[in-house]
Design a protein around this ligand. Structure first.
Ligand code: ZN
Length: 270
């Protein structure tokens, strides 16, 4: 019997029979995405790509389980907009590490976080450092390997080339993804060229340095860039390629034998 691998849809007997080798944890955000996209855009993208990739990975011989996703992340710089849902930076590190520990207690050695919200990225990198720090001193007793990826990270460059106007938030790419994944929630009548402001300090405007950008200053409409070239066909192309690529990665992980050296080859002494 084939299982989807989507935990919420399975029974306890299904989960025991699947005996997963890899667990996937989607993480998004619930926040404004301009006048044309829903608050759930980031979560719907993480969840939607995983809901397609995990069953495909299982069809292709993987043993992969999709954990329920987190729809709330870090939004320290969105406070000028209404209901940009958020938990604290340190809270997210704790929540992720609690979830990773619970997954490890099930005997899972390989865990993949699929993150779709840029505001989570630095925190999740820190959470992975924290997780590594919590592993036992003795390398032979290492509990798990955790890898973070983006939902469209495995899409081919050919599929991604259909995006004519790149943007970091609620632009053409996120719009076409929603047109493919949640078409009823997109408002094509509101598509526009949404303003993106540039710092007055030339080196910062050129992308040098790192600073947390107040989003209402950067994108006063809570969306940025030209979206009028968005269509569902572009979204379906990117979704299909992302799903195929992520599923292939999950099968690779599932089929690669665990050792405390993972993802490197076991050493003679181990
Ligand atoms: Zn977004």
């Amino acid at each position: 019997m084939m299982f989807s691998g989507i935990l919420e849809e399975m029974t306890v007997d299904d989960v025991r029979t699947l005996a997963p080798e890899v667990v996937v944890l989607p993480i998004g955000s619930t926040e404004p995405h301009g006048p044309h996209l829903p608050y759930g855009t980031d979560f719907f993208t993480a969840d939607g790509i995983c809901r397609r990739a995990v069953p495909l990975a299982n069809q292709k011989g993987g043993r992969v389980l999709m954990y329920p996703g987190l729809p709330i992340g870090n939004n320290v710089n969105f406070k000028a907009f209404p209901f940009a849902c958020r938990i604290g930076v340190q809270t997210l590190i704790h929540v992720v590490n609690d979830i990773l520990a619970a997954i490890e207690e099930e005997g899972i050695r390989k865990i993949v976080i699929v993150n779709v919200h840029g505001g989570n990225t630095d925190t999740l990198h820190a959470a992975l450092r924290e997780h590594h720090d919590r592993q036992p001193h003795d390398p032979a007793r290492r509990r798990s390997f955790v890898c973070m990826v983006g939902a469209t990270e495995f899409a081919s460059s050919k599929a991604l080339a259909c995006i004519e106007h790149p943007s970091s938030h609620a632009g053409e790419k996120e719009t076409v993804l929603m047109m493919a994944l949640k078409p009823d929630l997109v408002r094509p009548d509101r598509f526009d060229d949404f303003p993106v402001r540039v710092p007055i300090v030339p080196s910062l405007a050129a992308g040098k340095g790192h600073h947390v950008r107040p989003w209402h200053e950067l994108m006063p409409m809570s969306a940025g860039g030209e979206t009028r070239k968005s269509n569902r066909e572009k979204g379906e192309r990117i979704v299909e390629s992302s799903v195929a690529g992520l599923a292939a990665f999950l099968v690779e992980l599932s089929n690669s034998p665990w050792s405390p050296s993972f993802p490197f080859a076991p050493r003679e002494s181990a």
